[in-house]
Ligand binder design. Structure first.
Ligand SMILES: [Fe+2]
Length: 148
């Protein structure tokens, strides 16, 4: 059975997770103000989770015969997570909102991944996307709670 669609959604995921990690790193560096002492290390934790997921999805893609995107130019062209040059003066809430928006988008990519991999009969990839979706939904809940 052809798995081109699964390969494509895996590469979309790879590009988006890379970009999300860069975004979280930007927030880690640029945040200031109330909450810094807890939020600054929290960003490290989120970045580690994204980097781990990135590696898992890329290696799954290789396992099923694909080739993960691996250059900055490919990530920039493929990811739908857009970033701007960092500026001081944004509130921590505004920065967390940027992460929340990216995470909600990632959740949609993971949902698509579940559907596409299921259509290709790839249960392992379905499982990978399902676990990633559960993890990110939990983080979305926590970010929502922080911003409430
Ligand atoms: Fe740091």
């Amino acid at each position: 059975m052809s798995n081109e669609n699964t390969q494509e959604v895996l590469n979309q995921t790879v590009a988006d997770l890379f970009k999300a990690s860069v975004l979280v790193h930007q927030v880690h560096w640029y945040m200031r103000g109330a909450g810094f002492l807890t939020l600054h290390p929290k960003m490290d934790e989120l970045k580690d989770q994204l980097d781990e997921a990135l590696d898992e999805f890329a290696e799954r893609l290789i396992t099923i015969g694909g080739s993960p995107l691996s250059t900055l130019a490919e990530y920039e062209a493929t990811s739908k997570i857009k970033m701007t040059t960092a500026k001081w003066g944004k509130s921590n809430a505004e920065r967390l909102q940027e992460i929340l928006t990216a995470y909600k988008y990632l959740a949609e990519v993971f949902k698509k991944g579940i559907k596409v991999a299921d259509e290709d009969g790839d249960d392992v990839t379905v499982d990978l996307f399902t676990t990633a979706l559960g993890d990110i939904e939990k983080t979305i809940w926590m970010l929502d709670a922080e911003l409430a």
